[in-house]
Design a protein around this ligand. Structure first.
Ligand code: GRF
Length: 201
């Protein structure tokens, strides 16, 4: 399967996918054909370039409207003809043009146990709320914010002395393994989405 990975930051989830593919290029069942970002100058793009991958940057401020950006992102992504799009720390909400093209094929990873703590500050919100456990969720993207059908989740204990960063780093350890496992299975074995259920063979 052909993967396009979308990033906005350090790209450690991208790196986990790159490492898994490099470790078993035939067995993993997928390869990354391009990495897209919503901003320049991020480690995620450096990781992609170091791996010899094509990259593209689609910045909201380069477009007259958000809708125009969404269309540009869809077209830039479509140029690589992906079977799956993996949003790995991509900090923008894709819109109707993107979903018209790739709906049902966009996988996102979120650092909280959805439906708890959706949005851009899931780790901070769980900590502030006093949750005793949190974790990460890999789900398909729908037209909401972190509301699509859940594929897999991983649980992480919250410690009394946790800072947001410390907790997020522990979550990311689980998240990277979960994402690598899920993407490989979707790519190799296929899947069906029925309402809110994701059916894996
Ligand atoms: C991940 O925890 C992701 O869920 C969240 O931001 C983090 C991105 O990490 N949205 P990285 O860029 O993959 O290192």
């Amino acid at each position: 399967a052909r993967l396009v990975v979308l990033v906005s930051g350090s790209g450690t989830n991208l790196q986990a996918l790159l490492d898994a593919i490099a470790a078993d290029p035939d067995g993993y069942g997928a390869r990354i054909v391009a990495v897209g970002a919503d901003r320049d100058g991020i480690a995620g793009l450096e990781r992609a370039e170091k791996a010899g991958l094509s990259t593209f940057v689609c910045r909201v401020k380069d477009h007259p409207t958000r809708d125009a950006w969404d269309l540009a992102l869809a077209e830039a992504t479509a140029a690589y003809d992906p079977d799956l799009v993996v949003s790995a720390g991509f900090m923008k909400i894709v819109g109707k043009h993107f979903l018209a093209r790739f709906g049902g094929k966009v996988v996102n990873t979120h650092p909280a146990l959805l439906p708890s703590f959706p949005g851009a500050h899931g780790v901070r919100d769980a900590l502030a709320y006093g949750a005793k456990v949190t974790g990460c969720t890999v789900h398909f993207v729908d037209d909401g914010v972190d509301t699509g059908p859940i594929i897999a989740q991983g649980v992480v204990e919250v410690r009394a002395d946790d800072t947001e960063d410390a907790l997020h780093e522990r979550i990311k350890e689980v998240e990277r393994r979960l994402l690598v496992d899920v993407v490989g299975r979707l790519a190799r074995d296929g899947y069906r989405i029925e309402g809110r259920k994701v059916l894996l063979p």
